[in-house]
Ligand binder design. Sequence first.
Ligand code: GLN
Length: 599
Amino acid sequence: MGETGSPGENLLSSAADQRAETEFFSPVPPGYETGRHKYVAVFGTVMSGLGKGIFSSTVAKLLKDKGLTVAPIKLEGYLNIDAGTLNPYRHGEVFVLDDGTECDMDLGTYERMLDQNLSRRNFATSGQIFRTILERERHGDYLGRDVQMIPHVTGEVKRRLRELAMYGDGNKPADVVFVEVGGTVGDYENGFYIEALRELAFEEGPDSVCMVALTYVIKPAALGEQKSKAAQLGIKRLMEAGIQPHLIAVRAEEACDRSVREKIAMFSNVPMHRVSSMHDRPSIYTIPDGMRAEGIDREVLSVLNLHHKVDTSVEDNARARWGEFVRGLTGRHDRRVKIGVTGKYAALRDAYASIDKAVEHCSASLDCDVCLDWIETTDLEDGPVGERLGDLDGVIVPGGFGSRGVEGKIRCVQWCREQGVPYLGICLGFQVAVIEYARNVLGWSDANSTEFEPGLGEGNGHGVISELPEQKRIEGLGGTMRLGGQDVQLTPGTLASELYGGKTNVRERFRHRYEVDPAYIDEIEAAGLVFSGRHPAQPIMQMLELPRDGAQGGASHPYFVAAQFHPELTSRPLEPSPLFLGLVSTALRLKYAEGEAMA
Ligand code: GLN
């Protein structure tokens, strides 16, 4: 440490120094080189919900496209250890990473924008930070010192950021770490994150940390003009915390007027060419081009002194591929299908953010418009379902927990199965497909999941979906689910294997507690439902389908597919999920009767 001559060289203490009586407590992972990695910190001012994650992931993408290695992290202010216990209706979808981390939906945005798998290193909550500190304290690691917000808590934040920098994307250390600070500047709960970044910038030295303030300009209807005062005050608040932004991105409904940007520039010491407008756009996937046009990527490279790292041939290639995707997305489409999504949280689109995106990826790839019709399942519980579902070209029953709306979902599956409407069941949508088949084809009218009827099973009715044997032994919330990436073995010759391009082994992400009770598998299959994806070793059913030709047991359907996993979590702009592609392409084929090939 110290060879680089950065102002932080004396502050980055070794383990031995930390034991000594110094005020500088900045634990640094072994082998960390100061000045080797750069950081971009993104703060939100004025209000939350400005799209910090979208901004941060887009700039990260632009740099990655130039050949740099990037690693994003979201710092959450809440005290929960992870997002597993959060209600999606309040907080948006719970995104699940390959390593099983349950996190904020923004991590989904990062994975999709960067086409990069993330891990627990890319997500921190105040709860995690405090837990680490308190465990260390109980372990006696602070050697008699009083444990304080500064330097100990901020030190732990910096340690995690530096550790992530060294880990990078899992293959190479990060050239740039993107730090998204959750919440809004001035919130009580994220103050220590802001302080940690101020300290980081001081310790890492000049050109090492690019500070970005995302702000919002309002246009009150009564005035009809954009007003910048709230934005000015928000940025001032950041400056009071000791952070001078290098860049300001102004969010607004429409492009931000020059005079408004001038005021913001003038009050925040940021030159005009570093105050850019980021107005609302119909698709987030058009933002990278918009930001490049504003020159935001170049400004970040200038602040961090990184222009020499740009590989233009890598960039040309990445831009060409992305450009093709965006043209597919935004071009005029002659074909259009309407897909219903039935869910408990249908009123809140954020609760199904990844499904929304997976469908958008298909729209670009299949050159069509896909209109999503969000259906509240409790509306399907009585009356003829055909009235609500009749004009749909396909249906998705997404994941969910708890019994509310389940009977509506089961009726919805029945409609799709009987009417030959393309169906994609996800997680709970897989389970209700089994329940529906058991009730209406096998005639087990009492069939259900023990999630909704805990007394079922063991001689008392058909608990066709029940708790995983391996999970029954584990108690307590947060530890009882099968989470994260798992291998799925696909039966050769099935639609499932065909959708995945003939592969017989794929990896997908899970988040469930219940599964098909192995005792019923043979009888259900004998009645015509095919379990085409299984766990490689255990009797856990992971995909099901109805044959298209009706050869087995007489049942047939153009597209009746369901997965115990969540295919939406791994769908990427340039590589849409095969199960979504299959659904949309079948819906198109049936609607336009063109006989297109399956995805
Ligand atoms: N509630 C079901 C289970 O726990 C389904 C979960 C889900 O859809 N994510 O297995």
